[in-house]
Design a binder for this molecule. Structure first.
Ligand code: TA6
Length: 298
């Protein structure tokens, strides 16, 4: 549905967290809010695949070509990237996004529906990444959606990791989308051999293939979805960096799990710890959050 053809306000429901059969028949957990909001989290990848707020379209983009299968990453939603962002010795973007997570806790608390998923090391992960680790993904649905990635080192030696919440935001049309808050920061431009550049735009529009790691970014950004008539407020803590990605025409054509025109309906603005790996001492825990809210454009 287009953002202009708004869905009617969803009926008020109850505050709940329940098991569900997710897309592709994969197990999922669904969070519901009395105001009508609904979030679906797949246990495959610990992946938030959808957040429909009380009114309007899904805030997250999910490709109509997305593949829901045990060995595949899902194109859209919020992939969890750990322990390696991008290319490197491990599979691209690490193994957390294709692993089977378990539901560790579900609760409701003061008007918020909360699910906590967990993932730990296995013989398979230790074969390619020789560390004991424990991840928790806490998804909290209130007026906004908060996603927290927690990394614990239960082992006896420190380890380093890079990570991201690779959020795919849905926009009504990329031509009217602007990111506000990055002016004055530096970024590594993956489309130009990771050249270091300086952001001069107050409101950054996307008019071509963009793939950038913005370093040391402010913890609040706004995506203005002009055609959709809404602002998407992003807040991140402990993730120092922000990745901005849109594949545009050529790159989208190379992605088998994304339709050719869909680059117009998405914009990745990712809470990331990429510029410098995080070093985690034995027994230590690191928590990184991304919170997403929406407001109508006044
Ligand atoms: O976060 C941006 C990025 O690293 C891009 O370089 C692009 O490849 C994208 O992620 C998607 O990666 P994927 O492996 O999911 O196709």
């Amino acid at each position: 549905m287009s953002a202009r053809g708004r869905s009617p306000d969803r009926p008020a429901g109850r505050l709940a967290v329940r098991d569900a059969e997710g897309r592709g028949g994969l197990p999922a957990v669904v969070l519901e809010h009395p105001a009508g909001g609904r979030v679906e989290v797949s246990l495959h990848g610990g992946h938030v695949v959808s957040w429909t707020p009380s009114a309007g379209d899904d805030v997250l983009f999910l490709s109509r070509e997305a593949v829901f299968a045990p060995d595949s990453a899902i194109r859209g939603g919020i992939p969890v990237i750990f322990p390696q962002f991008g290319e490197g010795p491990l599979p691209k973007h690490g193994f957390a996004r294709t692993a089977r997570w378990s539901l560790a806790e579900r609760r409701t608390d003061d008007g918020v529906a909360i699910a906590r998923l967990e993932l730990g090391d296995t013989p398979e992960t230790r074969r390619i990444w020789p560390h004991a680790f424990r991840l928790a993904l806490t998804v909290a649905l209130g007026d906004r959606l908060r996603v927290r990635l927690s990394v614990t080192n239960p082992g006896t030696a420190p380890f380093d990791f890079t990570a991201a919440l690779h959020s795919y935001l849905r926009v009504a049309d990329i031509g009217g989308a602007r990111i506000e808050g990055l002016q004055g920061t530096s970024y590594l431009d993956k489309t130009a051999g990771f050249e270091r550049c300086h952001e001069t735009h107050h409101a950054l529009g996307i008019t071509e293939w963009v793939d950038r790691v913005y370093l040391d970014t402010p913890n609040r950004l706004v995506v203005r979805d002009e055609a959709g008539g809404r602002l998407i407020d992003l807040e991140q803590t402990a993730f120092p960096d922000t990745v901005v990605w849109n594949p545009w025409t050529k790159m989208a054509a190379d992605l088998p799990d994304m339709a050719e025109d869909e680059y117009r309906a998405m914009l990745c603005v990712e809470a990331a710890a990429v510029g410098e790996p995080v070093s985690l001492a034995p027994g230590a825990r690191w928590d990184g959050d991304q919170t997403i809210g929406i407001r109508p454009i006044a």
